[in-house]
Design a protein around this ligand. Sequence first.
Ligand SMILES: Nc1ncnc2c1ncn2[C@@H]1O[C@H](COP(=O)(O)OP(=O)(O)O)[C@@H](O)[C@H]1O
Ligand SMILES: [Mg+2]
Length: 230
Amino acid sequence: MVYYIMTKIFFITGTDTNVGKTIVSCALLKIANDYGYNTVGYKPIATSNVNDKFNSDISLLSHYSSVKLNYNIINPFSFQQCTAPNIASCIEKVKISLDKISSNLNIITNLANFIIIEGAGGWLTPIDDNYNYSDWVISQKLSVIMVVKIKLGCINHSLLTNLAIKTHKLNLIGWIANCGVSDIPFKIEYINTIKHKLSAPLIGIIPKLTGSEQHKPHIASNFLEKNLIL
Ligand SMILES: Nc1ncnc2c1ncn2[C@@H]1O[C@H](COP(=O)(O)OP(=O)(O)O)[C@@H](O)[C@H]1O
Ligand SMILES: [Mg+2]
C-alpha cells in the first residue's frame, strides 16, 4: 500500500522584526523532525548578512532542517544591509524576483514534506516599489502562523496583522505569544486580550529562554501545541 503524505507548508510572519520568527520556525521544524517529517526551513529573503556570509537565520534554519540543502536554495536573496528588503535590493542592485522565490519553493517541495518559510520583518514588508512580501504569500495561498512579541503595543500590531491576513482569505493557522524578549507588566492581560479578539488559536506561549541561539528553539518547541501543525 502506498501512503501519500501531504506536504505541509507554513509561512511564519511576525508583528515586527526581531519578534522570534526564527526561534519559532526552528522550533516547529524540531517538532516535525521528531514526528518523522522530511523538513526544510526556507528563508527566501534575508538581510543583515555579515561579511558576505549567510546570516544567522539561515544557519539556524539549516541546523533544524532534516533535509540539508545548499544555502542558495534555502536563501535565494541575501543582502548585507540591515534594512527593509526593497531598500537593500536598491542599494545592492539585486532585484528580488518572486518567480525565483516560487521556483525555489518548488524545488524544496519535491524534497521535503514539511516546509517552514520564514518571512522578513512584518506582514507588509515591501520587496520593491510594486510588491510587498505578502503579495507572494497571497499568490501561493500559503497557511500563515503569526508570532507576536508580547509588549506594550502588541495588541494593535497583532490585530492589524490578523486583519491584513484575513482580508486576503488566507488561513491563519494560529499565533504564538513570545514573552521572552523583555520582562514587562500586563503580559497575561495582553495575551488574553489578543486571544479573545482573534479567531485563530493560540499555539503556545514561549517564556524567556536562556542558553545559546542554537539551543533556544529546542527549548521553545516544548511550549508549542503540536496538534495544530502536524
Ligand atoms: N523567548 C525568548 N527568550 C530569549 N530570547 C529570545 C526569545 N525570543 C527571541 N529571542 C531572541 O531575540 C532575538 C530575535 O529573535 P528571532 O527569532 O531572531 O526574531 P526574528 O526572526 O523575528 O527577527 C534572537 O537573539 C533571539 O534569540
Ligand atoms: Mg529571523
